[in-house]
Design a protein around this ligand. Sequence first.
Ligand SMILES: NC(=O)c1ccc[n+]([C@@H]2O[C@H](COP(=O)([O-])OP(=O)(O)OC[C@H]3O[C@@H](n4cnc5c(N)ncnc54)[C@H](OP(=O)(O)O)[C@@H]3O)[C@@H](O)[C@H]2O)c1
Length: 236
Amino acid sequence: MQQHILIAGAGKGIGLELVKQMLLTENNIILAVSRDISQLRVMAAKVNTDSGTVRLIPIASDLAKPDFTKVLEEALAEFNFKPEIVVYNVGLLVNKPFAALSNSDFDQMFDANVKGAFRLFQFLLPHLAEGTHLLGISSMGAFQGSAKFPGLSLYSASKAALAVLMECLAEELKDRGIRANALALGAVQTEMLAKAFPGYKAPLSADEMAAFIADFAVNGSRFFNGKIIPVSVSTP
Ligand SMILES: NC(=O)c1ccc[n+]([C@@H]2O[C@H](COP(=O)([O-])OP(=O)(O)OC[C@H]3O[C@@H](n4cnc5c(N)ncnc54)[C@H](OP(=O)(O)O)[C@@H]3O)[C@@H](O)[C@H]2O)c1
């Protein structure tokens, strides 16, 4: 089955692997947004054909800034793109003790991790059809009762805000048949994790986690709506 899939935060790590996973299904069309789209461009050159078949549309945009909607509006119109799956995978992590966190750290993390999702989903509302699945990528650190880590207070708080936003969207959009969930990921071996926890070896690779997310994005909304689901073998 062909689907139109929008992935926000797709330039590297789990998001880039998610694009690869979604491309495995023939005819899927993926609109992939990130600030750095160099790897997405290489991928697009392989899957898009000269005869005009477009399967991957990389869009360079900073979702922490309000003006991203203009470039997205143009792309939706040009490719007649009607998102059926939207994954908000954008993540920014500043690892600092609570006492050292600045207002700028707060703004950077909340702009990327929460405000971008708010703006993206609000912008997309008129473009979403019945059956659409909205998925927020949150973190185990944001899951109530889970183990917490020093240095991640604001990051975890921002990811908790994203998760609850997804719960609330499920409620507000239920009459339109739109479903929304959040996945609270445990540790995955990516650039973000390596920077935050140098030397730590995560139990899962980005491609393994992306395979799970891809399957959940396609099939999970039949079984889950308005849920924050822990996806972790590493943290209690
Ligand atoms: N790795 C883990 O252990 C772990 C655990 C729990 C949750 N997560 C979450 O999983 C998601 C993926 O993380 P990852 O480990 O793959 O990290 P990553 O490699 O740093 O990827 C983060 C993604 O977000 C994009 N991004 C960041 N700021 C952006 C902005 N302002 N506008 C547009 N795109 C932006 C990045 O691309 P550009 O830099 O090109 O923009 C990249 O594609 C994140 O939401 C993260 O919080 C990860």
